[in-house]
Each structure stands twice: as structure tokens, then as C-alpha cells.
Design a protein around this ligand. Structure first.
Ligand code: NAP
Length: 291
């Protein structure tokens, strides 16, 4: 655990009946290069997970497809038995092939198997929140999600899933899920430079549903923009800090899950997300989506 005393920026959010810190942690890239194991530094990955929880983070995002299985195993090894306050959010709907691809796996039998595998690898009897991961590696794809989502609703009725969400979804698919059962979160790609979901975020905020941007720092292609660099230079901060602070500022229902395999970056991101942005900064940053 850190000797640093870092309060987490953004406060908390309630997912259904589960309180989480708005500053969370995305565990995907701990699995190894391109999210295929083995991890580059297994001990380092365990240390980062323990540091995140030691700093008070109560929201970890994962999937059994990461590694595959490796990220969940690392989380279990680092943190089990889990602190009472920790919420581990996972997702189902894709598997990994030998080339590292992410073929979809959304038939009812595949989804049931993935839920069982997550329970087993994480060492849990109930999963706090399961996102149905839609679309493909290129992004969301239109189409009905009823059969797949109803499978998860059935597992929720059986008590192995507490809350449901969707990921990599179109706005229509979010609405379709909501017509079947309540959701507590949507996890889609969104960051300063990728703002297709602006309308959806505002709608979800009005309904009290969390929006969890994946790739908040650009993912495999770190965010780069002249406007972002200019604002960061003016604030004597890093572009990553400004990008995270902007997301927290963007809407109260946004929860952060930045990924890092470095304790130093974890500290930097927590400190950075606390930056306050002036109206002038925000106006400049707002132009980035159109750059
Ligand atoms: N639902 C989905 O389909 C989906 C898809 C992708 C991701 N996700 C979730 O979203 C989470 C976040 O995505 P992500 O981790 O891929 O992307 P990200 O958070 O946008 O960026 C992570 C990358 O940024 C680097 N980084 C972090 N902090 C930094 C800093 N202060 N300075 C410089 N570099 C820094 C990390 O490298 P270092 O390790 O060197 O810090 C890592 O390469 C994932 O962990 C996963 O849980 C979900």
C-alpha cells in the first residue's frame, strides 16, 4: 500500500445499490502485450492492483477475455479475499482466438459459460456488474441484442449477477436493453478526441445511469492533439492529466477506468484528474473532437 496520501478525485457514484469511487481502475492491459498473456511483469501487475485498492479505489474493470483469464487471475491473486467495498465489474460477449482476435461469443450457452468462468477465476459467488459486450473490435454494430441480454437477465434472476450493463453499444441497443431490464452502466469508447456518445451521455446522466468511457487516454493510441498539449502546457500538467480531468468535468455520471501497469502513472493520474479547468481551457478542449 502507498505511503502517499492521495484523496481520489470525483467523489463517488452509486451503481444500482453499489457505491464506487468515480476514479476507478481498468485492468485490461495488465494481461500482457495486446492483452494476451503472459504479463510483461507479473509481480508489478500485482503491486499495481494492490496499490489501486490501497489508495481507496473501489471500482476495478476486467474481463475473462483479457489474457485470456490472466487479468482475472491477477486480480484474485492480488486482492482475494476482497475488501467489502470493492466492486469488480466484468464483461461477457467476446472470446479470444489464437491470433489475439476478439470473435463474438454471444449465444446463450456461450454467455452462461463466460459468467461461470468469471465467477471461477475471480473466486466470487455473485458478480457485482456484468456488461454485455457488443459490436466488435472496430466498434458498435447495429442489431437486436434481445436474445443475449435476456440470457443475462435470467442469470441475474438466478442470483449470480447483481447488476447489468452494456458495452460497445449503439444508443438504440442501450434503449433496447432498457426495454428488457434496468441497466446501471454503459461502457463505450469515449475520450477528448472521440465524442460520438455526447448525446447518449447526457441522456444517461438524466436517468441516473453511469457512463464508463473505455480508452479514456486513447488506449493503444495515446491521445495526441495540439489543443490538448497547449492547455496542458499552460496548466503545467501532462496531457493525460488534462484528459482525465476533462472527463470528470464532462458529466457527473462519468466513471474513470484508466489503465496502467505503473504505480507512478497511477499516482500521476489520480493527481492529474484533480486539475481544475477554467472556462477558457474547456472551450479550447471542446474543439478537439473536430480537429
Ligand atoms: N468494453 C470494451 O470493449 C473495452 C475495450 C477496451 C478497454 N476496456 C476497458 O477500459 C480500460 C481502459 O482502457 P485502456 O487501459 O486500454 O486504455 P487507456 O486507459 O486509455 O490507456 C492506457 C494506456 O495509457 C498509458 N498510461 C496510463 N497512464 C499514463 C500516464 N500517466 N502517462 C503515460 N502513459 C499512461 C498506459 O501505459 P502504462 O502501463 O505504461 O502506464 C496504457 O498503455 C481497460 O483497462 C478495460 O478495462 C473496455
Amino acid at each position: 500500500m502507498s505511503t502517499l496520501s492521495l484523496s481520489l478525485p470525483g467523489g463517488t457514484w452509486v451503481l444500482g445499490d453499489l457505491t464506487v469511487t468515480r476514479f476507478g481502475y481498468g485492468a485490461m492491459q495488465l494481461a500482457g502485450p495486446w492483452v494476451m498473456g503472459p504479463p510483461a511483469d507479473r509481480d508489478g501487475a500485482i503491486a499495481v492492483l494492490r496499490e489501486a485498492v490501497g489508495l481507496g479505489i473501489t471500482h476495478i474493470d476486467t474481463s475473462d477475455a483479457y489474457g485470456p483469464r490472466i487479468t482475472n487471475q491477477l486480480i484474485r491473486e492480488a486482492l482475494h479475499p476482497y475488501p467489502e467495498s470493492l466492486r469488480i465489474v466484468t464483461k461477457v460477449g467476446a472470446r479470444r482466438d489464437e491470433q489475439g482476435g476478439w470473435p463474438t461469443a454471444r449465444r446463450p450457452d456461450q454467455l452462461r459459460r463466460q459468467v461461470e468462468e468469471n465467477l471461477e477465476s475471480l473466486g466470487l459467488e455473485t458478480l457485482d456488474l456484468v456488461n454485455l459486450r457488443l459490436g466488435n473490435a472496430e466498434g458498435p454494430q447495429a442489431g437486436s441484442i434481445a436474445e443475449a441480454f435476456e440470457t443475462l437477465v435470467e442469470l441475474q434472476r438466478q442470483g449470480v449477477i447483481r447488476h447489468l450493463g452494456v458495452s460497445n453499444a449503439t444508443a438504440e441497443q442501450v434503449a433496447e436493453a432498457q426495454s428488457i431490464a434496468p441497466i446501471v452502466s454503459v461502457q463505450n469508447m469515449y475520450n477528448l478526441a472521440h465524442r460520438h456518445d455526447d448525446e447518449l451521455i447526457d441522456r444517461l446522466a438524466a436517468e441516473g445511469i453511469a457512463y464508463v468511457p473505455f480508452f479514456p487516454l486513447g488506449g493503444f493510441n495515446p491521445l495526441q492533439s495540439s489543443a490538448l498539449s497547449a492547455v496542458a502546457a499552460r496548466l503545467d500538467a501532462t496531457p493525460m492529466s488534462v484528459a482525465l480531468a476533462w472527463l470528470l468535468h464532462r458529466s457527473p455520471n462519468i466513471l474513470l477506468i484508466p489503465g496502467t501497469s505503473s504505480i507512478a502513472h497511477l499516482h500521476e493520474n489520480i493527481t492529474g484528474a484533480r486539475l481544475s479547468l477554467s472556462d477558457e481551457d474547456l472551450a479550447e478542449l471542446d474543439k478537439i473532437g473536430g480537429e
